[in-house]
Ligand binder design. Structure first.
Ligand SMILES: [Zn+2]
Length: 85
């Protein structure tokens, strides 16, 4: 199974929570090895989770994923070369 960026984005919060299927997790890790966009997203998502963890809540702000996905889609449209490598 090969994941594309959009699949990875859909799994990112579960991936950080460690609640994805081990097989999916492997696919995500394989994807992250060669995809700078998804690695950057994972990093920034982690930073947000760490910040919220400091406030003693583990919830990602409401609408965060939706906004992130929308912004990513805009970025991808701007630069069609920046997807899969
Ligand atoms: Zn990707």
């Amino acid at each position: 199974m090969k994941l594309d960026c959009k699949h990875v984005w859909g799994y990112i919060s579960d991936y950080i929570d460690n609640s994805v299927d081990p097989a999916v997790r492997e696919d995500i890790e394989r994807h992250l090895e060669h995809c700078e966009i998804c690695s950057a997203i994972l990093d920034s998502t982690r930073n947000i989770l760490i910040l919220t963890a400091d406030e003693r809540t583990f919830e990602v702000p409401v609408g965060f994923s939706e906004k992130l996905h929308r912004r990513l889609e805009e970025e991808i449209k701007k630069d069609p070369e920046s997807g899969e490598k």
